[in-house]
Design a protein around this ligand. Structure first.
Ligand code: SER
Length: 879
């Protein structure tokens, strides 16, 4: 049997022999394309090559790409695990030709590899080709068909429509007809009974697509029309897990050696055996699938979070926790324990699983524990409703939605708990709430982009911003975009001093100017290798020359923070150890934020040491040593720090300040002295094992220090002591002493009051009635007094009035025996009396209070109480 390792290596070796360059997988988390959160196809990392914005690394390329499909057109998370062959994270084996070979070779090699190398029986294979599209004016792909006829009988080649056999990477961009290879893995008997040809593209779990060969020959424009591309390309993608299923003679991808070790361990950890119960099987599949998705995204730098890509990671992990909780009876975190097995299965091809294992484990464990706590709270919320609303027997859609949105309960979990309690869920109403939310978020994030208007055909922008902040530029292309309700223009220049957001550093702002026309540049971002300048409007004459001017003030402030970030990174590793690696950063003009791996809080002493190391480097005024275009291997040899999950080109830029060496595309000071001062303002936790430091530099740091000093000076003056700490300490101890004295005096006062009140007990028909207005300015003291009286006076009925902070307060205390015998309720009585003080209140049968706004009404309230008691006594005195 082929092992999955052999299958992967065989693919890569085969295409190496056909002259392909084998490249590493791109990170699974996409950082420079706002239209995509995660890599969802092997071709993503070549999108800019297809768009003509970058030269390919070679004309023929092959790889295995880690992909994630969890939403949108390509997958639905909620379905994964229910069947036996869908996944969130998967590997896509692919080969590419960039303007080199085309259909003939792609088809020949695919056939040879599958049937001769992997030895799949040709009788099990079917092929689909594009059948044409009259509305697009496209003919059937007879060319592809003619090459397939060299290998298969006509009856095994099927034509399908645009829906199945025309591949597009998005709403616009390069696309073309495709040809898919399907394999029938049913038993010979089944194949004889029902011919496989009738099951292709019919959703049969054992007649499935394994390889998609895309022939890129068109460009889809924003108006929906197609234009023929000058160069034609090949983009193929083969599902690695499915290929392993076929070659290992399994009926499910989950039965291959990729998933079985995970499923087996998850079963052992939870006390279940795979294959014995359909419900637990689904749960074990969900967990085996999701641990991969979550581990790979964390390894590439995306932690679970409240929004964006981080939220997707959180949702996937939560789904796994829920299945563990619901179907495997797991109330404790356990999924993180699968990491060693995952690293064993996949760590050879993807070493990041091994190098990052500790971090991934800690993050998953904490996330699991948090979610289990949330689940508990959600269940309590639901049970409270069920207890209270026994009559309705229905969970309203709003509550089901709240549980979904706030507590992460899918509606099936709510339904399950509801059913167990003979309740139902108003699913229609739930769906309405869900749709409303979807619509809200779609509106807020909807992006629409028009076609590029090309002025000069040179998309590559020369970046000048390392050396200058102003330059004459020309717009080479522009397009209109819409984000939510906002309409903007993206401008690309032939050369630019504007730094595009990247490496944590914010994008530059500024303006372009020509004659009397000035257009603000609101932001600068990178997308598919293009530097995009965002403008609120288009210049009147876009084709003329402009002077591009960067907002100097903002950029220079950001520069200080970027260089300080490098010094901080180094200082952290010196003080805390080499594990304190960068996990994310924000280099803003006003401050810097730096996330790094470290387990536990950084102590104040360590922070001081880190801060003073950085300031020492600043005082040494170390000059910048910048090297551009260094081959990546050389940079690594120099000991330059690189980041996980970051995509580096063949050549990189190396930034060095003495012993601090980093791969970095950001902008920096000429010498560290420019930073002036470095001041840490906070240290906190971001996630398990990840800490965050926020710090200021230059003028901002000085401002911060001065503000603190000014506050200190004020305190000095207030405490009238040149040593403010001693002054405040003195105040605090004085305060404690005074509080104690007040308490003592209050106790004495209460005692006096109590004795007075006791002297005035009126005995009415077996009730010891006490009432009075007491001079106590604390609700707590009145409460204490009432409870003391209750303990000391038999058959007590107490009504007290008081002014607490100027507001009237009524208190009623009734002896427990009286409450029972005479069926009294202090809460009801106090509410009645409160009318006199224009207020309201309530409480227990034996003790209740009421506040109000009309203190003058207190005597009347007390009188009313007395009359009420007297009247009641008369009534009860009668037989
Ligand atoms: N881009 C195609 C796909 O994702 C082939 O790689 O299916």
């Amino acid at each position: 049997m082929f092992s999955s390792r052999d299958i992967r290596n065989t693919f890569l070796n085969y295409f190496k022999q056909q002259g392909h360059l084998i490249v590493p997988s791109a990170p699974i988390v996409v950082k420079d394309d706002p239209t995509l959160m995660f890599t969802n196809a092997g071709m993503n990392q070549f999108k800019d090559v297809f768009l003509g914005n970058r030269q390919p690394p070679a004309l023929r390329v092959a790889d295995t790409q880690k992909c994630l499909r969890v939403s949108g057109k390509h997958n639905d998370l909620e379905e994964v695990g229910l069947d036996t062959y869908h996944h969130t994270m998967f590997e896509m084996l692919g080969n590419w030709s960039f303007g080199d070979y085309f259909k003939r070779e792609a088809i020949a090699w695919a056939w040879e590899l599958l049937t001769k190398v992997y030895r799949i029986d040709p009788d099990q294979l079917y092929v689909t080709v594009f059948g044409g599209s009259p509305e697009e004016n496209l003919n059937p792909d007879e060319e592809a068909e003619s090459y397939w006829l060299n290998y298969l009988d006509k009856t095994r080649i099927l034509r399908f429509s645009k829906k199945d056999n025309f591949w597009e990477m998005g709403d616009t961009g390069p696309c073309g007809p495709c040809s898919e290879i399907h394999v029938d893995i049913r038993s010979p008997q089944e194949r004889k009974a029902v011919p496989g040809i009738s099951l292709v593209n019919q959703g049969h779990p054992q007649v499935i697509e394994i390889w998609n060969l895309v022939f890129i020959q068109f460009n889809r424009k924003a108006d929906g029309s197609l234009e023929t591309l000058p160069a034609r390309h090949i983009d193929t993608g083969m599902g690695f897990e499915r290929l392993c299923m076929v070659l290992q003679n399994k009926k499910s991808t989950y039965d291959t050696d990729i998933f079985q070790p995970l499923i087996k361990t998850a079963g052992e950890l939870t006390g279940h055996v795979y294959g014995t119960d359909p419900k637990t099987d689904v749960a074990l599949r969900v967990i085996a699938d999701h641990i991969r998705a979550v581990a790979f995204t964390i390894a590439d730098g995306q932690l679970p979070d409240r929004e964006g890509s981080g939220y997707v990671v959180r949702r996937i992990l939560r789904r796994a926790v829920r299945y563990g909780f619901n179907y495997l009876g797991q109330q404790q975190a356990f999924i993180y324990k699968l990491l060693p097995v995952l690293a064993e299965v996949m760590g050879e091809q993807f070493p990041e699983l091994k190098t990052q294992q500790h971090l991934i484990t800690t993050v998953i464990k904490e996330e699991e524990e948090n979610f289990l706590r949330t689940l508990e709270k959600g269940i309590a919320r639901l049970m409270a409703f069920i207890e209270k609303e026994k009559k309705t027997r229905q969970i309203p859609g709003a509550l089901a939605f709240e549980l979904f949105d706030t507590y992460g309960f899918p509606v099936d979990l709510t339904s399950l708990i509801a059913r167990e309690n003979q309740f139902s869920v108003d699913l229609e109403d739930f769906q309405r709430h869900l749709n409303e939310q979807k619509e809200r978020s779609r509106k807020a994030t909807a992006r629409e982009a028009g076609d590029w208007i090309i002025l000069t055909d040179s998309p590559k922008t020369e970046f000048l911003g390392y050396d200058c902040l102003e330059a004459p530029v020309r717009i080479t292309r522009y397009r209109r975009i819409k984000i939510g309700d906002k309409e903007l223009y993206q401008l690309v220049f032939d050369r630019t001093p504007f730094y595009a957001e990247g490496g944590g550093q914010v994008g530059d702002t500024g303006y372009i100017i020509a004659g009397d026309e000035k257009v603000e540049i609101l932001d600068t971002k990178r997308e598919n290798e293009l530097i995009l300048h965002y403008a609120g409007r288009l210049p009147r004459q876009p084709e003329r020359e402009f002077l591009a001017v960067v907002n100097r003030h903002r950029r220079e402030a950001a520069v200080l923070n970027h260089s300080a970030t490098h010094l901080l990174h180094e200082a952290l590793q010196i003080v805390l150890g080499s594990h304190a690696e960068q996990r994310g950063s924000l280099v803003h003009p006003d401050y810097l934020r730096f996330d790094f791996s470290h387990f536990g809080k950084v102590t104040d002493e360590q922070l001081r040491e880190i801060e003073s190391l950085v300031n020492e480097k600043i005082r040494q005024n170390i000059p910048l040593d910048e090297k551009r275009q260094v081959p990546l291997a050389d940079a690594r040899k120099m000991g330059a720090k690189a980041l996980f999950g970051e995509k580096y080109g063949d050549t990189v830029r190396v930034i060095r300040f003495g012993s601090s060496i980093e791969l970095c595309g950001g902008t920096h000071v000429r010498a560290t002295g420019q930073i002036g001062v470095f001041k840490i303002i906070s240290e906190s936790a971001v996630a398990a094992g990840i800490r965050r430091i926020e710090a200021l530099t230059g003028a901002r740091a000085l401002e911060f220090i001065n503000k603190k000093l000014a506050a200190l000076k004020k305190i000095e003056a207030l405490v009238k002591n040149p040593d403010p700490v001693a002054g405040v300490e003195h105040l605090v101890s004085q305060n404690q002493q005074l509080t104690k004295e007040i308490e003592k005096m209050r106790a004495a006062l209460t005692e006096g009051l109590k004795q007075n009140l006791k002297k005035n007990i009126r005995h009415i028909n077996g009730i010891s009635f006490i009432s009075g207005i007491v001079n106590l300015n604390s609700a707590d003291a009145i409460k204490q007094l009432s409870f003391q009286l209750k303990n000391e006076v038999k058959n007590l009925f107490l009504v007290l009035g008081a002014r607490v902070n100027g507001k009237p307060l009524l208190t009623i205390m009734i002896d427990d025996q009286l409450v029972k015998e005479k069926n009294l309720h202090a809460g009801t009585i106090v509410r009645e009396l409160a009318k006199e003080i224009h207020g309201g209140g309530g409480g227990q049968p034996f003790y209740a209070t009421a506040g109000g706004n009309y203190a003058e009404g207190l005597p009347l309230a007390l009188q009313k109480a007395e009359e009420w008691i007297a009247a009641r006594a008369e009534n009860t005195a009668e037989p």
